[in-house]
Design a protein around this ligand. Sequence first.
Ligand code: ADP
Ligand code: SF4
Length: 684
Amino acid sequence: MSRDPKYDILFEPLKIGPVTAPNRFYQVPHCCGMGYMRPQMMASMRGIKAEGGWGVVCTEYCSIHPSSDDMPFPHASIWDKGDIKNLRLMTDAVHAHGSLAGIELWHGGQSSANLYTRRQAISASSRPNDALVGMPLQTQAMTKDDIAELRKWHRAAAQRAIEAGFDIVYVYTNHGYLLNNFLSAEWNRRDDEYGGSPANRVRLIREIIEDTLEVVSGRCAVAVRYSIPAVPHQDPDDLVGMFSQIAELPDLWDITVTDYALEMGTARFVQEASNQLAVAKIKSLTSKPVVSVGRFTSPDTMLKQITSGTQDFIGAARPSIADPFLPNKIKHGRPDDIRECIGCNVCYAHDSLNAPIRCTQNPTMGEEWRRGWHPERIAKKHADESVLVIGSGPAGLEAACALGQRGYAVILAEAERELGGRINQESSLPGMSEVARVRDWRLGQLAKMDNVDIYPSSLLDAEAILELSPTHVFVATGAHWRTDGVGRHSASPFDGFQDHTVVSVEDIMCGEIPDGRAIVYDDDHYCMGNLLALKLRQCAIAVTLITPASLVGGWHSYTDDQPAVMRQLIDAGIDIVCNRGLLSWQDATAQLECVFTGSVSTIEAEYLVPVTSRIANDSLWHALQPFAERFKTLQRIGDCAAPGLIAHAVYAGHQAARELGATPSQPDDNRRERKVTELKIVTP
Ligand code: ADP
Ligand code: SF4
């Protein structure tokens, strides 16, 4: 198919100093949980992005020298020949598709604790170390000799970057890392020529940009990653003023905003193209090309960025994770096939957990090397056999899609009139509408497949399934929330759980909301408890949110929106009670115990909504067990096997579809990256 010519401008080659990007699609540096420890995994993942049409593909943050490591977080490094060799894998993979490879040279300053190298962390001034919460360690204030050393390290790393085959070398000045420590008036308390006035605070950045330009000397481009406030007039550090002083130095500006919660916000709080005021401001101050992110998934929004002169490249991290083939889909006139990011930050969460990234929308993300999964290609069916998928939640929809793509004759049966399972309720919660993209993209794909028959309003029982007699059966019948309070804090039901004033999560999600004050008891610790509390507040219900944890929605710390969630709850007027476990619910009174002392207190309300854990809807799967030999496959998938995130359900559906009839020669999850040659023990 050919594209709409209005998008042609997105596919224009564009010069970045001495190199030329083949188009305007630019995967900015983003962490991926792979780094120096998983170079093959990283190279395969980045290579796929280039194959999908991203004209520039960058690394994650890449340490220039052992004076900065980010353990326990996975980062890349370019310290030595070994790193050059490993990173060469990535540049080769990117170049194989005609794209440019960029490297983000990084020194952590006060935001790395050097837990591996055990070197003293350095920064502009001595500061409490910010690498981990409450890290009982301060940084060492850099002397002028240290600054001279840093410049040498950066130059040497730029030289190694060229040897590794990179086309774009970054100077990284934001996100709280070392060069950012110098820019900040708050952190930089020096009284020499590197501190004080804006001209002094930007001096080191200027010197490093000049050093890098000198080292690369036209062999590759120099990009600078730089942040300014999202609201341009709120600029206490005079970041815009400092920018003006170096605006013409590098070959490209990669612009972000100072508030990471805005730059990287979840869809619940931040919409597409939200930083564009700030980016347009910067663009007006330089003649050099500008790239910036904005969780762009709409080709028309991308187009507007370019035609309005806001930026020159369409920067992306998450949209390129959710759909590595986004550029090619626009290029080939298939914008409807773009698998749009839902802004859940499950990708980021896993980097924070020191694990390779994964994606709710794209189950192949991170599995390119380990399992050999390609986001657009999948093995053809192993035989002319029929498959029945029961349930159209994320697991069933993804399984049906991938099985359909493989060419099987698929029947997808759903009890409800609407397809989508949990997505239908969860996407109706406050701020969660983008979750519907998980359902809608899959329904869009299925609509194009004539080998998949979909039967809504079809509640199947064992008898009906035996009558259908498919060769393979995947049971994706989901899970439901418990109302008895069993969860992490307590493995037994609370006293009084059978009272009619105990209301289920599903009831609230479906809008069956009783009058009167409510208690939401959250022992789940992710979004459901706080979303239900907000939904109730929107219906003018007074709410007390009680949790046995010391932090509300603790898992939001990994998705980086926990403070925003707290702000939202406080602004909504929700009473919050932490560190209390639920003992009983009687006479409209919740009896609570302090998780530390066991002391008992009470809170009154008209009804109680326990959000603790879920029960798999696996009765159909159990009912089929006596007949298991009639099917070649009888498998539970998704929440019906083990309740989890939507990301888990999508992955399970995809995995089941990939593994149907797979031969043992195909890559499996035993593939690990580790050094297995030249091992030796060193005796000190
Ligand atoms: P998952 O997250 O694992 O995909 P969901 O709970 O989102 O699970 O979806 C499960 C879907 O299965 C729901 O839409 C539900 O209506 C459907 N379902 C459950 N039992 C049956 C059944 N016996 N026959 C057909 N559909 C069913
Ligand atoms: Fe987007 Fe969520 Fe995928 Fe991250 S995990 S790329 S936020 S859909």
